[in-house]
Ligand binder design. Structure first.
Ligand code: BGC
Length: 756
């Protein structure tokens, strides 16, 4: 039997230049949900002529089959590869990625990706444009919703779990799909949080913060990577040869496919890097971008560029080889229909998939405040369920759920009704609109011309509030569900104002006046500024968008059938003037001391306290319904030396409460002195625990010199990880403000202090 390499060599030897270029052409015929403003035409004829290699956004297995039939009629019968955006589930929608990251639950994250792969492949999908692994520290950027958050270690573990879930250990399996890490690189650092804007940063920051999840995803075997729309230090990623060829392929050893983003090749003209489609296409090929998504400039110009001697044909051959290799890994040469065996997807979602989605929707919720133990709710309490998102199906899936159906989603009201059964009863009131500005509402309804995600109630604000107050007065407890609509975050959804809308803020203040216990549930795709409302409410739950099972998951959590498990994957700012914000930013030479002082860092117009610099709720923070206590932190040794040494850091974690507790034990490391200014601490390891009432567990982390290492780089392409000898402080605790820890002296090459 011929090996895969033989098959590919043989094909390449028989392909014309035009056919090779055809394999680099990636198109979309457009579906119900467009993800860009241009779609391709003449798709069927081009497929038959061997002028298209891959297609995304085909919505039915029958259409996939019909297109594959055409591809097999082309001269060399090279099968098409089909792709789709499967960002947080395919038909069963899981919490938005920032919510999945909030679970810190790697096996659950992997399980959701596995289910997504099973569902997507049943529809003929060979490749998924996921996971998004853009680290993001600026909640103005709407794609924080798709991001695993601000921390490179959490994002790296997320990337690996998603890749494992999608691909399994054999990509040729009919239920395995090729992952595509996106968007390479530093897309999440868009200046001022404006989507598509560029990022400028030091090589160290790039390698320490933004590249690790890509590297981790590559090491986990991801088959493809998508270039970002952004520039990085002035060079658009679609023309960034240094990042793609030298760092990604050269240093990280990535041997898979690099896909452009939607018309990203042509946008080199917008970036003023190319004057024509032909120039743009040449720059992208030279940079190592294999597939041209939607723009068709490769198709239309590359042959002429080669013939004019402006482009080396071997670059096209190399890109085409990578496409053919991807198809071979996916088993498409053996059976082009291998992912279509399941036939049409079931009309109903499998209950096993719903069960995982329900668990995920609950686990993603972060309990931020619970004064007086107002949560969990008692089933006999009468609840006023208030807010425009309570009886809503359209928004529950959140952004980028292109194959999900809102009709599958469970509303919060339905979740509550099922939870209380014959209990205390529920009285509902809308209370306010998601937004009151009709222009903004229209922008937010971009994908929902039939079924609006944002509607403006014709009644006045006073009438809506009066109805909500009446509901609150007739109830024992108020649950107000507020925040964003699904497209209020996501692509091209940057926000300048990160607060709840004025109508929502007023509703919270007025509900508080009733004197009823007030539970605030936030549905959002980013870290909003909820400073006043969090102070007002008795309990606060940050629930993101929970996906198909939002209503069940949230009710499970609020009624105590599920324990609070989520931890913030991003800092919640105290004020939007603080963003970008992340824990552990390097200290200044005039560090903040806990109160504002002239000639020290800080904000004149923010109150004193840790919030001034660190935000309202720190990264890693989340409460439980139980009472978890940390014992003293110990190290088996505090004097260490050399690369091979290791210390075991331990702590007893005890559940003193009478309910089970989920806890995420986090280990941070910082160095009081280092050769260049570094973050004051950074997460290096974590462990998620479930503790029975009264249970105590000793959690131990073995740390090695590798955990001390950071990037040392003069230039982006020339980076190594290294550590220095000296003093280190290891913090162990329940969030990024953990104060308990141990001091270590770790010598290197006999040197004690880095400055010596
Ligand atoms: C997004 C990508 C997505 C692509 C295809 C682009 O607008 O940036 O994340 O994969 O569209 O839908």
């Amino acid at each position: 039997m011929a090996s895969k390499t033989d098959v590919i060599d043989d094909l390449l030897s028989r392909m014309t230049l035009a056919e090779k270029i055809g394999q680099l052409n990636l198109v979309t015929p457009g579906g119900e949900t467009l993800t860009g403003s241009v779609v391709n035409t003449g798709v069927a004829e081009k497929v038959k002529a061997g002028r298209i290699g891959s297609i995304f956004g085909v919505k039915s297995p029958a259409a996939v089959r019909a297109l594959q039939d055409l591809a097999l009629q082309s001269r060399l019968a090279i099968p098409l590869m089909f792709a789709e955006d499967v960002v947080h589930g395919h038909r069963t929608i899981f919490p938005i990625p920032i919510g999945m990251a909030a679970t810190w639950n790697l096996s659950l994250i992997e399980e959701t990706a596995r289910i997504a792969a099973v569902e997507a492949t049943a529809g003929g999908i060979d490749q998924v444009y996921a996971p998004v692994v853009d680290v993001c520290r600026d909640p103005r950027w709407g794609r924080m919703a798709e991001s695993p958050g601000e921390d490179p270690v959490l994002a790296s573990r997320y990337a690996e779990a998603m890749v494992r879930g999608f691909q399994g250990d054999d990509l040729s399996r009919p239920d395995a799909t090729m992952a595509c890490l996106k968007h390479f690189a530093a897309y999440g650092a868009a200046a001022a949080g404006r989507d598509y804007a560029g990022a400028d940063m030091s090589p160290m920051r790039l390698h320490d913060v933004y590249l690790p999840p890509f590297k981790a995803g590559v090491e986990a075997g991801a088959g493809s990577i998508m270039a970002g729309f952004n520039t990085l230090n002035g060079v658009p990623m679609h023309a960034n040869r240094v990042l793609i060829e030298e760092v990604l392929r050269g240093r990280f050893g990535f041997d898979g496919l690099v896909v452009s983003d939607y018309t990203g090749v042509d946008e080199l003209m917008g970036h003023q890097m190319a004057a024509s489609h032909a120039e743009a296409a040449r720059a992208a090929v030279k940079a190592g971008v294999d597939l041209d998504m939607v723009g068709e400039s490769y198709l239309n110009t590359l042959q002429a560029s080669v013939e004019a001697g402006l482009l080396d044909a071997s670059l096209i051959e190399a890109a085409c080889r990578r496409v053919l290799e991807a198809k071979a890994k996916l088993g498409l040469f053996d059976d082009p229909y291998r992912r279509l065996k399941a036939g049409e997807p079931p009309a109903e979602l499998p209950s096993a998939h719903r069960a995982v989605a329900r668990r995920a929707a609950a686990d993603a919720c972060v309990l931020l405040k619970n004064e007086g133990g107002v949560l969990p709710l008692s089933r006999s309490a009468k609840v006023a369920l208030v807010g425009p998102l309570t009886n809503d199906r359209v928004n529950m899936n959140g952004t980028w759920a292109v194959s999900g159906r809102s009709s599958d989603a469970v509303t919060i009201l339905d979740g509550f009704l099922e939870a209380i059964g014959q209990g205390g009863g529920i009285v509902c009131a809308r209370g306010c609109n998601i937004v009151d500005d009709p222009v903004l509402a229209d922008r937010l309804n971009v994908h929902d011309r039939r079924d609006l995600s944002v509607s403006i109630d014709p009644r006045t604000a006073d009438v809506l509030i009066a109805e909500a107050i009446a509901a609150a007065e007739a109830a024992d407890v108020v649950v107000a569900v507020l925040g964003e609509s699904k497209e209020y975050s996501g692509e091209s959804s940057s926000r300048a104002d990160l607060r709840l809308s004025a109508g929502q803020r007023r509703l919270v203040a007025d509900l508080k006046q009733t004197g009823k216990p007030l539970v605030l549930v936030i549905l959002a795709g980013r870290a909003l500024v909820i400073t006043e409302e969090a102070a007002t409410a008795d309990a606060v739950v940050y629930a993101w968008f929970g996906g198909t099972e939002t209503g069940h998951g949230l009710a499970d959590l609020l009624y105590g059938d599920a324990e609070p498990a989520g931890r913030l994957p991003v800092t919640l700012p105290f004020h939007e003037g603080q963003v970008p914000i992340a824990y552990g930013e390097p200290k200044t030479g005039r560090p903040y001391t806990g109160r504002f002082e002239k000639f020290r860092t800080g904000y004149l117009d923010l109150p004193d306290g840790p919030e001034q610099i660190d935000g309202l709720f720190p990264f890693g923070f989340g409460l439980s319904y139980s009472a978890v206590r940390y014992g003293p932190v110990t190290a088996d040794r505090t004097s260490l030396s050399g690369d091979a040494d290791r210390a075991v850091i331990s702590c007893e974690v005890r559940n003193d409460g009478d309910r089970p507790a989920v806890d995420v034990v986090q280990l941070y490391v910082g160095a009081p002195v280092s050769p260049i200014s570094r973050p004051s601490r950074r997460l290096v390891q974590f462990e998620r625990l479930v503790l029975a009432p009264g249970e105590a567990r000793t959690v131990s982390f073995a740390i090695t010199a590798a955990d001390l290492a950071t990037s040392v780089a003069e230039h982006v392409a020339d980076c190594r990880r290294d550590w220095h000898g000296g003093a280190f402080r290891v913090f162990l605790g329940a969030n990024s403000r953990a104060e308990q820890g141990v001091d270590l002296i770790w010598t290197k090459d006999g040197a004690v202090a880095v400055t010596s």
